[in-house]
Write a protein that binds this ligand. Sequence first.
Ligand SMILES: [Zn+2]
Length: 294
Amino acid sequence: MSNVNAMTVDVEEYFQVEAFAKDIPISEWTGYESRLGLQMDKLLQTFADNNVKATFFTLGWIAQNHPDILKRIIAEGHEIASHGFMHQHLSKQNADVFFEDITKAKALIEDITGVEVKGYRAPCFSISADNDWAHDLIAKAGYQYSSSSYPINHDLYGVPNAPKDAYRLSNGLLEIPVTTAKFGNKIYPAGGGGYFRLLPFWLFNYLFNKGQTDRIANFYTHPWEFDPEQPKIESNFKSRFRHHVNQKTALQKLTKLCAKYEWTSMDKAYLSKEHPVLGDWQQVANGQFLTTAV
Ligand SMILES: [Zn+2]
């Protein structure tokens, strides 16, 4: 029997993504046309039509500029969570800046929605294997879970040796990795993002179906992935391709995925379940955890 899986959305504008971070300084963000409202219309309608509840990891910057969108997420029965305030890759932040960023985002989102924020997702899954302060600070800021790791090899993110199933760190924080699929000795990304748009639906579904067998899967996407009309950013070919590939067909594919599996928010899918305690972040990120405990 398959599980009820977790649907997640990282709520940010197309001009705030990591692929374009080198092209667009923060000071220029306000010069770009906002597309989030109409992108959220499409996503929320698709979720409503398919009886899907989701978790929206939302930037503090978005909360500040579009409080109405946060209220709509709550009014439609979804979970609101935090994607930090300013969407800066962790390699560009020190511990003090990071703690302020995630604390400020949590407080503002709670202020606007009146709902406790339990979950955090790092921008671009950018907590690296040698990063020993982030998870302790996430717990200290009052979050109950983090979904900040993608246990694959990738140029922008990835902790390939980290566990593939949800686990508790020794500080008590629950870490929920994005879903992968194992074939033989190889681990493949199966949790969404660019791969979801790049691959034909049957192939992505093959990976996802394998990934969600015997585990609760964690799928992620972004509002800008469903907006082929968004302004094009001047950047290198790789960044443009990664951002725009197959945006025209993405909503159709998402609708199929919504209909094919059962979906709920992260808090409902994971928080009340038992999860093994595997050690501190450096241990698990380097694969030095007790696999017998999984
Ligand atoms: Zn993001």
